[in-house]
Design a protein around this ligand. Sequence first.
Ligand SMILES: [Zn+2]
Length: 319
Amino acid sequence: MEKKLIGIDLGGTTIKFAILTLTGEIQQKWSIQTNILDDGSHIVPDIITSIKHHLKLYQMQPSQFSGIGMGSPGTVDLKNGTVIGAYNLNWKTLQPVKTAIEKELGIPFLIDNDANVAALGERWKGAGENDNEVVFVTLGTGVGGGIISNGKLVHGVQAAGEIGHMIVEPNGYLCTCGNHGCLETYASATGIVRVARDLAEEYAGPAKLKKLLDDGQDISSKIVFDLAKEADQLALMVVDQVCSYLGLACANIGNLLNPSFIVIGGGVSAAGEFLLDRVKKYFLKYTFPTVRTTTELKLAQLGNDAGVIGAASLALTFN
Ligand SMILES: [Zn+2]
């Protein structure tokens, strides 16, 4: 009988699980809440209990699985299967995730960084068309990314693919990393709101976005994009600035790596073709001619499933 894979997407609020075939079709999917209390000490035991429970529910045995793959926030040690510094999980000290899971479940286990794993997912079953050269950029609360070159994730010595910290404006906004003008400070959901507030300060025309901000209302990146789609002048200015930085970053990625696809995902990418068209405009402006005609910008296709699918694909190496 053909073996199956388990993918785990560990996040700060939920842990998503899926059982997949070796060709990446999801057969079962479930999730549990992440209990980050007591220094996150319940997380790994909760994962083990949940998998045991579901294997029993589906009448499956550990021997039916080639392996388990997982995506995690924080700094991941691939070889030892440990995680440290995942602050949204309260994991400040070293967590021996692989050892605990393999011991309790008896299934081989591999782990990687959450953005890398999402990149693998989009590459395998999403917009990456299973190509060997794919870069994934995720626009959410922060900006993350993953690079697949020659069919493999690029890890560097420790932290390759930190696309969110590519500097797009040397004298720009202060970033949480300590530098100024990182892409994340402009193109994350919070960055877009920041750009909106700043441009609103200098804007004197009759824009709905300006009025919302002047009234002291909370705005979101979604509101900015929705208003821009209605041709609100200030919102259009904000979107144009954000897209110019994103287009510049994508052009730099393209010029450096010349992937087949640069895939844009994450919550902000829900703005769809409206966002993509504007990023493309600047991408084409800044790219090297050969890259312009061979690297394509695309929207992600898997949404929330990218994490579990990509995580499961880690375990293909056991097959
Ligand atoms: Zn930074």
